[in-house]
Design a protein around this ligand. Structure first.
Ligand code: F6R
Length: 607
């Protein structure tokens, strides 16, 4: 977690540092701080706004580092906020990640007379670097020396009071990139803070340490020697990273869903239904030979993987299994590299469990494919090949547009696998045609926004909610429940509807809400029965359906949400949209922190 920014150049660093922290606040928002050369440090518990208010107007300096925190070690207090310093105040450091052996390092430093002010693992790192600097090492040598003692993960930016025109950064397991401009170098955990200042960026790799000065950046390898890292050009617009006038990023991002689908399909889905996926060219042979596919991811990404698994099985006839990345890492590895491909689904491309599942697969020689949004992210670089969503930055902690982007890319992959496995037929062609229409279908579905806002007012105080689905709608039931609980804090669970009678039905009472996903697919009648059973227990009910069933479901459910009719396999792409809107509107009605729900962070780079 946590967001890092840094600047060394000729201008005042402070405005960039504060704006940069705002842009990165989705990565963590329980405390924040900055250090500016010649001025010192300011830290505050709470959001970046509290820090901004505390920074004096004359806090001027041409180099500085800053951090917004998501606590892992120690409470989110002002003392525990970054930057951290050593006892003599000779170095200042911001850190994203976890130092696993910090207790033993702290004990060793303590035996040598050191004392610590905070409960953090990061302060130990500052103490180690400070000790080397005081012994006469350059800052870069001191950081390298300290890191050689450390077990764990880090994205790190460090400054020394004796070398004020220099920032040393290092990366192992937590993302960092350098922004390059005339007479200035920037560093950040992701590209968003850099967009207003430069489009030229250099992505650091694990094991890199870089020395930034106003006119240069030199990348070294922590295990010796220098490294050449080519620069990349960012094509994200500044506006794309802002709210476009909407009240929340979550809403802005939901309204971008039709465009997200268009971008995912662009140049890939031909008019004749054929699919071209440039990203998989290095994976052609393993995909052609695949007899089994394992998909992995966390949270919503695992649910979009389930949509993908259903589509691949249906159209390409290849058996698929979805395994949560956090589980896959620790179970016996029974994936045969000869005929199995691992697909890792991740918006950020930085989720630690997903990354480690990829690494585990690679250790066993299994070909790996990433489905990723953030270009240059670790998963996109470590998998054998990647297909990008091209969804643009997703800032709201709760994913919406990236979920659909992932499902769209997986749908393309299912069609592509159908081609390579000689399964193309009238059904796949009909699905491809409908997939091409899906941006306008999504637009039509989202136009129900106002009526969903009205429904949300009605159900904003339910005691709990079940989301029920069957078959292809089961992942949507899971996703609908996850969305509601994370942004509105209402306890919600998704269930395959057939499971209701095996226990959960006991919870139904007049304060409880059941949302039944009952579009016109092959399982409609089963779902209608499940809805009837729920309604008979006196709970409150909403049905999501297609126009041909609107009337009959209106007789069973308290409310009905209607989505457009489409190909059966594409229905989940539409049924999820009102559920996202519903979660958003309920959260708004309840006055929740929609874009940054409590206890959450956008990018989960710890286990
Ligand atoms: C829920 C949500 C999370 C993420 C999960 C994986 O709204 O956003 O469940 O889907 O943390 O994140 P990525 O896709 O970045 O690997």
């Amino acid at each position: 977690m946590c967001g890092i920014v840094g600047y060394v150049g000729k201008k005042n660093a402070t405005p960039f540092l504060l704006d940069g922290l705002h842009a990165l606040e989705y990565r963590g928002y329980d405390s924040a701080g900055l250090y500016v050369a010649g001025k010192g440090a300011v830290k505050r518990a709470g959001k970046v706004a509290a820090l901004t208010a505390a920074v004096p107007s004359d806090f001027y300096g041409t180099a500085g580092i800053a951090h917004t925190r998501w606590a892992t070690h120690g409470a989110p207090t002002e003392t525990n906020a970054h930057p951290h310093t050593d006892e003599g105040g000779s170095v200042w450091l911001v850190h994203n990640g976890i130092i696993e052996n910090y207790a033993e390092l702290a004990a060793e430093l303590h035996a040598g007379g050191a004392t610590f002010k905070t409960e953090t693992d990061s302060e130990v790192l500052a103490a180690l670097v400070g000790k080397e600097v005081r012994a006469g090492q350059t800052l870069e040598d001191a950081v390298a020396c300290a890191l050689s003692r450390v077990r764990g993960t880090y994205g790190l930016a460090v400054m020394s009071v004796t070398e004020p025109e220099k920032i040393v950064v290092a990366r192992l397991g937590s993302p960092l990139l350098i922004g390059v401009a005339h007479g200035a170098r920037f560093v950040a955990s992701d590209a968003t803070p850099l967009l207003p200042h430069t489009r030229e960026v250099v992505y650091l790799e694990d094991g890199d340490l870089a020395v930034l000065t106003p006119d240069a950046h030199v990348v070294h390898r922590l295990d010796g020697g220098t490294a050449t890292r080519a620069s990349a050009h960012l094509d994200w617009s500044v506006e794309a990273a802002e709210k476009n006038g909407q009240e929340h990023f979550m809403l802005k991002e939901m309204l971008e869903i039709p465009e997200t689908i268009e971008r995912a399909l662009a140049g890939r889905l031909g008019k004749d239904g054929t699919v071209t996926l440039g990203g998989v060219k290095d994976m052609r042979a393993p995909l052609r030979g695949a007899r089994r596919i394992v998909l992995t991811g966390c949270g919503s990404a695992a649910y979009s993987a389930q949509i993908g698994a259903t589509l691949i099985e249906r159209f390409a006839g290849i058996p698929c299994e979805v395994v949560l990345a956090s589980e896959l890492r620790y179970r016996p590895f029974l994936i045969d590299p000869k005929d199995t491909v691992l697909i890792a689904v991740s918006q950020s491309g930085e989720t630690l469990d997903t990354l480690e599942a990829v690494r585990e697969a690679k250790r066993h020689g299994v070909p790996t494919l990433g489905i990723v949004n953030v270009v240059g992210s670790t998963i996109s670089r470590e998998t054998d090949a990647s297909i990008y969503l091209h969804a643009g930055p997703e800032i709201s902690v709760a994913t919406t547009k990236a979920f659909i982007g992932q499902a769209t890319v997986l749908a393309l992959l299912a069609l592509s696998l159908a081609e390579t496995h000689d399964q193309t037929n009238d059904e796949t062609r009909a699905f491809a045609r409908e997939l091409g229409r899906s941006p306008s279908l999504a637009r039509a579905t989202l136009s129900a926004r106002d009526s969903i806002a009205t429904l949300a007012q009605k159900y904003a105080n339910v005691s709990g909610a079940f989301f029920l689905g069957r078959g292809a709608e089961t992942p949507i039931a899971f996703e609908g429940a996850l969305k509601l609980k994370e942004v509105s804090y209402i306890h919600a669970e998704g269930y395959p509807a057939g499971e209701m009678k095996h226990g959960p039905i006991a919870l139904l009472d007049p304060e409880f809400l059941v949302v039944a996903l009952a579009p016109g697919d092959a399982l409609f009648e089963k779902m209608r029965s499940n809805l009837q059973e729920a309604a008979a227990r006196g709970c409150r009910t909403i049905a999501v359906t297609t126009p041909e069933h609107q009337e009959e479901l209106a007789r069973l459910a308290d409310d009905v949400i209607v989505i457009p009719k489409t190909h059966e396999a594409l229905l989940p792409f539409l049924t999820v949209l009102p559920l996202q809107l519903f979660a958003y509107e309920v959260a708004k009605a309840r006055g929740c922190h929609i874009d940054q729900p409590r206890n959450l962070a956008k990018s989960v780079t710890v286990e």
